[in-house]
Ligand binder design. Structure first.
Ligand code: ADP
Length: 262
């Protein structure tokens, strides 16, 4: 009964969100959270009302990358939860804001995690939004599907990959995933595509154009390539939003271009 009521609440709230996108990757560590956080800031920069829902509870990456790690969500007397306000007005919702310590994340598994995610979706005061970006746990299996199914009326999925042979398999699995949800693939973003030297020359360390080629082969849009940049991992580790710290970087510019395509 409680579940049905919560699902009704989610449906009601999601009506006020124009585009609901889930971000997928084949495995951890390809930069899915970084891409989600940066795309959110790029969209906000363009004047869109954006929220990020962190459903990847393997650690506080989204809150860190948006510079709000350690903050708390507050509950209003009527039970509504207020999102944490991140840079450029991006709303951030994460289980991380409800945990007492980082070690606690370990206990969020299976049904417990689904229940927590459902509650967060239902009780958060999302307000009117242009974009809700959902950072799913890495992978394209049942866990990710279960979480995605909690959000009615999804608009599409974005696939984050890196230049490597497994990218083809990832895109294939993501297509199957999107079919099961009956939603389109908005496109593929290739992260860590190249390294840019101070003189502006680009070095495609892992080979050039694989992401674009695979996307074309599979008949899904290619959204853009993001460089590998040591300042990115440094900013992320320090809990500073890269996009805001380095707005003139090639990576930030790439996100602004991608924001026009989603
Ligand atoms: P995922 O969400 O796919 O597990 P993360 O977004 O947490 O991956 O990124 C994994 C690590 O790689 C983080 O330490 C992050 O700072 C770093 N990283 C991600 N993208 C880049 C990039 N383009 N250049 C340099 N470091 C990156």
């Amino acid at each position: 009964k409680k579940v049905i009521e919560q699902q009704r609440m989610i449906a009601e709230k999601m009506k006020k969100v124009r585009y609901k996108l889930v971000i997928l990757s084949g495995k951890g560590g390809v930069g899915k959270s970084f891409v989600t956080a940066s795309l959110a800031m790029a969209l906000a920069m363009k004047g869109r009302r954006v929220a990020v829902f962190d459903a990847d509870v393997h650690g506080p990456s989204i809150p860190k990358m948006l510079g709000v790690h350690g903050k708390r969500m507050y509950a209003l007397p009527d039970g509504r939860l207020l999102p944490v306000e991140g840079p450029l007005g991006v709303k951030v919702v994460s289980i991380d804001f409800l945990l007492e310590s980082e070690e606690q994340a370990v206990i969020w598994r299976g049904p417990l995690k689904t229940a927590a995610i459902r509650e967060l979706l239902a009780y958060t005061d999302w307000g009117e939004l242009d974009y809700l970006l959902v950072d799913l746990p890495p992978g394209t299996g049942d866990e990710q599907l279960t979480i995605a199914q909690l959000i009615p009326g999804l608009s599409g999925t974005i696939i984050v990959t890196i230049p490597s042979d497994v990218a083809r398999i990832v895109v294939k699995k993501a297509i199957t995933f999107a079919k099961r949800l009956n939603i389109p693939i908005v496109g593929v973003i290739e992260n860590m595509s190249y390294f840019e030297c101070p003189d502006g020359s680009r070095h495609y360390i892992f080979g050039k154009g694989a992401g674009r080629r695979i996307a074309e082969e599979m008949g899904v849009p290619f959204l853009g390539e993001i460089p590998i940049d040591p300042r990115i991992s440094k900013a992320n580790d320090e809990g500073k939003p890269f996009f805001v710290e380095y707005p003139d970087s090639s990576a930030a510019k790439a996100f602004l271009e991608i924001a026009e395509r989603v």
